[in-house]
Design a protein. Structure first.
Length: 255
């Protein structure tokens, strides 16, 4: 492997192999859980925005359940893969946007943002901007579901984790580090594609907020916090959870 390394924006080099790297994720299970929340709390939902949709796996599963879906992501490379998988399928589209700059989209009956994408909001101001932006695209009374990873999850799985793997036409190495003092989790990738003679490098950084800090920002927003569930259950989410699903409702005119 050559020593020439080319820096990439997050997900720029990873996008073509993302689905391979994440093949252990049961997206059908994830969507079935979100669908159960929507059926329980907003059964009239038809139009859904899938924020930070990546390569469109959640979007496609939501479409399978009959929703009209708009997938939204910041990464052009990831959306290129998503569009390739969706083809010309009716009832769905993909749009490039930042979570904090969604104005003009929708409105949607429900919005989801899954797989700890909210952890990429590195400062409290980013959380506030994202929540305000999302509120602008959701209909009154609509549901917003997002999840975050906890410090327990980072300490268990990403404190100083290294792995490497070879797939069809590529190989990659990953080093994940969690800093308890800053509460920042960094995932550094080195990716080598067989047709090239370079190594693509990219680093993803997330902030692992205390659960109470997320709840505080939600309560400061226009949304009503309905629940914060331990991952994929209806049990209360706590710092002992690995993942927490927050369920919010957009304000209605009466509010």
């Amino acid at each position: 492997m050559t020593d020439d390394k080319i820096p990439q924006a997050p997900y720029q080099g990873l996008a073509p192999i993302y689905d391979y790297v994440m093949r252990h994720i049961d997206y059908e299970e994830w969507v079935d859980y979100v669908h159960s929340l929507i059926e329980r709390l907003a059964p009239d939902t038809e139009q859904v925005a899938d924020l930070a949709c990546g390569t469109g796996n959640m979007s496609l599963e939501l479409k399978r359940l009959g929703y009209e879906v708009t997938g939204v992501d910041l990464s052009e490379a990831m959306l290129r893969v998503a569009n390739g998988k969706a083809g010309s399928e009716a009832g769905m589209e993909f749009v490039q946007r930042d979570l904090r700059e969604l104005e003009g989209l929708g409105p949607f009956d429900a919005v989801v943002c899954m797989y700890d994408s909210f952890n990429y909001m590195l400062e409290a101001d980013d959380l506030d901007e994202a929540l305000a932006s999302i509120a602008s695209i959701i209909r009154p009374g609509g549901l917003f579901v997002f999840d975050v990873c906890t410090q327990r999850n980072s300490l268990r799985y990403f404190h100083d984790m290294r792995d490497k793997e070879t797939g069809p036409g590529f190989s990659y190495e990953r080093h994940s580090v969690y800093d308890q003092d800053t509460r920042l989790q960094s995932n550094h990738f080195q990716i080598h594609y067989e047709e090239g003679d370079v190594v693509l490098e990219e680093t993803h950084v997330q902030r692992i907020y205390p659960v109470a800090a997320i709840a505080k920002r939600v309560k400061a927003s226009v949304f009503d916090l309905l629940d914060a569930f331990d991952g994929f259950t209806l049990n209360e989410g706590t710092e002992d959870s690995d993942r927490i699903h927050f369920v919010l409702r957009a304000p209605t005119p009466e509010n």
